[in-house]
Write a protein that binds this ligand. Structure first.
Ligand code: SAM
Length: 206
């Protein structure tokens, strides 16, 4: 069971954002893309029992960690973790049907992966979400080309030094990707530690 200190700190603030947009009674289906350690999804599964959560990651060690959390907590609303590469077309994402999911969540992947992953995420979410379904992304972003505060500017620089294909993405760029894929930015929520939650909704008619 991997344990990221940041995930421990931000899991409840992200839950609070979800609480405002997840219906508490209706059965819902959610996919998390890039679940990492699994700390978030087991927290959300305990907070939102009416949701069936599907964890996923591209990384084998992460998949093992998610499974370890799942087995330890014996949560019957968390499915077995699957291998999912966001840079691949949604048709290769373990057989999800179009218009089949209520929620897609993606935390802290967009800035630390090549742009093909972000494009794949929005394209896939645009297809597999039901009309009015929710795509929630979380992480640090630039807004209108400006990164604030200085710690995020430094973080962006360090990411690009590690891999020139990584780095903070601009909210307006993500919004244009969303619109290309039948989604729209409904809300941007400031979060602790200079992060944001972006809430995108799938249009009723694509
Ligand atoms: C910084 S970690 C964030 C993990 C977790 N979501 C969190 O917030 O603690 C980035 C995650 O993105 C995943 N990732 C990187 N490239 C990916 C890809 N092509 N498809 C899916 N996940 C990917 C990594 O394996 C890793 O788990």
């Amino acid at each position: 069971m991997l344990c990221a200190a940041a995930a421990e700190r931000n899991k409840e603030p992200i839950s609070s954002v979800l609480r405002d947009c997840i219906e508490p009674s209706r059965p819902l289906k959610a996919l998390e893309i890039s679940s990492g350690s699994g700390q978030h999804i087991v927290h959300f599964a305990q907070a939102f029992k009416n949701v069936t959560w599907q964890p996923s990651d591209v990384d084998v060690q992460s998949i093992s960690s998610i499974q370890a959390y799942r087995n330890h907590l014996k949560l019957d609303n968390v499915k077995s973790a699957i291998h999912l590469d966001a840079s691949q077309s949604w048709e290769n994402w373990s057989g999800f049907e179009p218009d089949s999911l209520d929620i897609v969540i993606n935390l802290n992947m967009i800035h630390i992966s090549p742009i093909a992953c972000t494009k794949g995420l929005f394209k896939g979410a645009g297809v597999i979400l039901k009309p009015q379904g929710l795509l929630l992304t979380y992480g640090p972003y630039s807004v209108n080309g400006v990164i604030t505060p200085q710690s995020n500017v430094d973080f962006d620089y360090s990411l690009r030094q590690r891999n020139p294909e990584w780095g903070l993405r601009d909210v307006s760029f993500l919004n244009s990707l969303a619109e290309e894929n039948g989604l729209f930015l409904q809300k941007m929520v400031d979060m602790p530690a200079n992060n944001k939650c972006l809430l995108f909704r799938k249009e009723s008619q694509v």
